[in-house]
Design a protein around this ligand. Sequence first.
Ligand SMILES: Cc1cc2nc3c(=O)[nH]c(=O)nc-3n(C[C@H](O)[C@H](O)[C@H](O)COP(=O)(O)OP(=O)(O)OC[C@H]3O[C@@H](n4cnc5c(N)ncnc54)[C@H](O)[C@@H]3O)c2cc1C
Length: 451
Amino acid sequence: MASPSLVWFRDDLRLADNPALHAAAERDEPLVAVFALDEESEGMRLLGGAARWWLHHSLHSLREGLRERGVALVLRRGPAGRVIEELAHEVGAGAVYWNRRYGAPARAVDAGLKSSLRAAGMEVSSFAASLLREPWTVTTGSGTHYSVFTPFWRACLSLPAPRSPLTEPRTLAGTTAVPASDALDDWALLPTAPDWAGGLRETWEPGEPAARRRLQEFLAEDLPSYDRARDEPAAGATSLLSPRLRWGELSPFTVWHEAVGVDGAGGFLSELGWREFAWHTLFHSPDLATKNLRPEFDAFPWPPLDPAHLDAWQHGETGVPLVDAGMRELWHTGYMHNRVRMVTASFLIKNLLIDWRLGEEWFWDTLVDADEANNPFNWQWVAGSGADAAPYFRVFNPELQAKKFDPQNLYVSRWAGDAPTEPIVDLAATRKAALAAYDEVKRAPRPPARG
Ligand SMILES: Cc1cc2nc3c(=O)[nH]c(=O)nc-3n(C[C@H](O)[C@H](O)[C@H](O)COP(=O)(O)OP(=O)(O)OC[C@H]3O[C@@H](n4cnc5c(N)ncnc54)[C@H](O)[C@@H]3O)c2cc1C
């Protein structure tokens, strides 16, 4: 009698270079594919609105890809530990496969499930698929996690090359009886009242086939000028792969091996390194979204929140053109260029003196690439509370940044041509106040390191 293989898709919505799927294909038993929408397991961070939009479309694409190969994608909702265990028993699975996740709540679910399924006699295997290096494999000489990027990345580069990507399984076979599935539309991942996703639809095509096309286009057209133009928001010189990597429509191994042979790819590859560094940091400091990595920042004297300032920042009404352009790009497309992310984040924290956690939450809700490592990691980096080689209090001057990186005003006029131009705060005075607040942090007694 057949003992199906159950493949549990998570942040790896792809068929190519998917080790869990590959293992199932090799096992040569009928396949059951499942995605569980888990909004209940303890500590699991609920997806933001833009991420839910992306997930809906990416699942739709994955389901089509599997269907063309004779496999149905089963959708179930609920705490993943229970959902997957029930399904495994329901189909009489002989083996259950998944690719690893690195946040603490997800790891707790996976560990619990692994032991209960194994206790029930099933084979369970998990695979490395979302990071080039497993977080426990890159350590300093004394066995600790790197807290600074440059030595971290040097250590990564000194290791043997990342493994080659696996090809998509040539044949897959589904089970004859397909388990019951939720309807994707019933999950209501798309906004309806109001439908604010028009700009997202104009901008993106989620799903593995489109992700592969974008990668090829980037390699041929943009990578050669990446180092020169990557900081200019109007240049369109970056890869736009972040949501594709976030949802695993592309594996970092594929991106790495496609780019590594191209002349001048080092700068681009080191950005993949930052992605790795953020995830490794989350693995070692699971409270990254809520706790300052540098505990001395707990003493930062945040003034009482001015909700009107937060609202003006969120909606691109600060009167600072580059900030407003970025926030409007984000609102419309679910994306913002990296240079502008740094400027808008710095403005919120250092000029409006609003706690970085509130900015992180807004980005979490509005970015299509929001993920639990890169978003808080980068917010902490800008705040100065995170992993930084020279942890000094960097205050980006949005006017100078605009002159330097958008000298012809192309980006600002595209996104904020009609925005107010009277800043809601005095940039020089607020910068001074922020530096004074930082001095208080420096004077406070130094607590022990965290993480
Ligand atoms: C405040 C703030 C919040 C951010 N939040 C996120 C987030 O939630 N998710 C996210 O993927 N990135 C985040 N970033 C990092 C970066 O802005 C985006 O990854 C990048 O803009 C995506 O565009 P791209 O794919 O064209 O990047 P490219 O320049 O083409 O880079 C290639 C890939 O490298 C990775 N990468 C690039 N820059 C960084 C970086 N600074 N840190 C980590 N990985 C990086 C991304 O996976 C990206 O797709 C944030 C940055 C800031 C300053």
